[in-house]
Design a protein around this ligand. Structure first.
Ligand code: NAD
Ligand code: DAU
Length: 353
């Protein structure tokens, strides 16, 4: 028996796999296409672990997924694989439609065929856990209550629309075919191995490189931040105890404006890596053109998962953000590999042209 983790070389997926091996004994099959966002080196600490099988491939390859499910007697699929960056979805939505919608459909079809051939006990115990986002709920006003699981879907970007479509497919495969699915809708994550196209790692690395810190619009948009290992713990809790067909909102009750986040990052960097002559990293801030259709505010009401499964985050924003800055300061090799693009050489070495 094993679990199949799709997108396991990305930011959250790799944190999940590293945590899984630290806490569980069960083997893991990672299926990852290794797009620009996939970095197999994120998993280097467990590459020699015999419990890991790493396969480069697409969730949209139904035959490949079907054979992985059978060959490894997979008892649960955790679907992290996605195109995940909102700005890229605005520049070009095609890949988002392909992976997040068509890819999830093909993955579900492979699972449906495999699951249908299992005996009744194995069918009942099987789980398909779909990792989704709070962005499917759209944008909140300043005084609106936080998103519950019953909030209407109102996605605003091609990214969130493609994730919403995948959530609906997952739901339909439970309702129509009876596949035991679970969906998690989580708020903004941060922590180690975060690709530096997203706000927090971009600001840390630009600050250290003496580059501008680009804040969209007036910087008052609000996000609800969660340290990535707390998200991983929530996913393990949902996998172990979640009710099939149910969705669980996951968040850290850490609502902050982008200005507050960048100010915090600059002051931690001022302390840990002071600039010459008492200058502050904050002086590198530049206000730039806003993101088209930029959602104002996200906030998650996590009371359902707290009540049902006893999950609570271990980190506050203060502890998590400090750990994150320290991680980037002490992992210069990983940072250099990502910035120079050399992390992609692993793919060439392993798979040839
Ligand atoms: P990421 O972009 O860092 O990683 C995505 C991974 O999926 C990469 O390793 C990539 O190579 C892989 N991938 C992409 N297309 C694939 C395909 N067709 N087949 C197989 N693998 C493919 O993303 P992330 O930030 O780690 O997010 C993981 C999941 O969590 C996504 O589904 C995302 O929507 C969701 N999520 C992210 C956040 C966040 O703040 N980052 C919050 C809530 C939910
Ligand atoms: O809410 C969960 C979502 O969080 C996930 O589903 C997405 O995969 C993930 O990328 C993230 O989406 P956001 O758009 O909220 O994250 P991002 O880091 O791109 O931006 C965070 C905020 O910072 C947002 O309001 C835009 C702003 N921003 C971002 C960048 C990259 C800037 O002001 N400047 C920037 O350069």
């Amino acid at each position: 028996m094993a679990i199949l983790v799709t997108g396991g070389a990305g930011f959250i997926g790799s944190n999940f796999v590293l945590e899984w091996f630290a806490k569980e004994r069960e083997p893991v099959v990672v299926l990852d296409k290794l797009t620009y966002a996939g970095n197999a080196e994120n998993l280097s600490a467990v590459f020699s672990d015999a419990r890991l099988t790493f396969v480069r491939g697409d969730i949209g390859d139904r035959a490949l997924v079907g054979s992985l499910l059978k060959d490894h007697s997979v008892r649960a699929v955790l679907n992290f694989a996605a195109e995940s960056h909102v700005d890229r979805s605005i520049l070009g939505p095609g890949e988002f439609i392909q992976t997040n919608m068509v890819g999830t459909f093909e993955l579900l079809e492979a699972v449906r065929a495999y699951w249908g051939d299992l005996d009744a006990t194995a069918r009942g115990e099987f789980r398909f856990l779909h990792v989704s986002t709070d962005e499917v709920y759209g944008s909140l006003g300043p005084e609106d209550p936080a998103f519950t699981e019953r909030h209407q879907y109102q996605p605003n970007s091609p990214y969130s629309a493609s994730k919403a479509a995948s959530d609906h497919l997952v739901r339909a495969y439970h309702h129509t075919y009876g596949i035991p699915v679970l969906t998690t809708n989580c708020s903004n994550n941060y922590g180690p191995y975060h690709f530096p196209e997203k706000l927090i790692p971009l600001m840390i690395l630009n600050a250290l490189a003496g580059k501008p810190l680009p804040i969209y619009g007036d910087g008052t948009n609000v996000r609800d931040w969660l340290y990535v290992t707390d998200h991983c713990a929530a996913i393990r809790a949902v996998l172990a105890g979640g009710r099939p067909g149910e969705t669980y909102n996951v968040g850290g009750r850490n609502e902050m404006t982008n200005l507050e986040v960048v100010r915090t990052l600059c002051s931690i960097l001022d302390e840990l890596k002071p600039k010459a002559a008492g200058a502050s990293y904050w002086e590198q801030v530049q206000f730039v053109k806003d993101r088209p259709g930029h959602d104002r505010r996200y906030a998650i009401d996590a009371s359902f998962i707290e009540r049902e499964l006893g999950w609570v985050p271990a980190e506050t924003f203060e502890t998590g953000i400090r750990k994150t800055v320290q991680w980037y300061l002490s992992h210069s090799e990983w940072v250099q590999g990502v910035l120079s693009g050399s992390y992609r050489e692993w793919v060439a070495t392993q798979y040839g042209a």
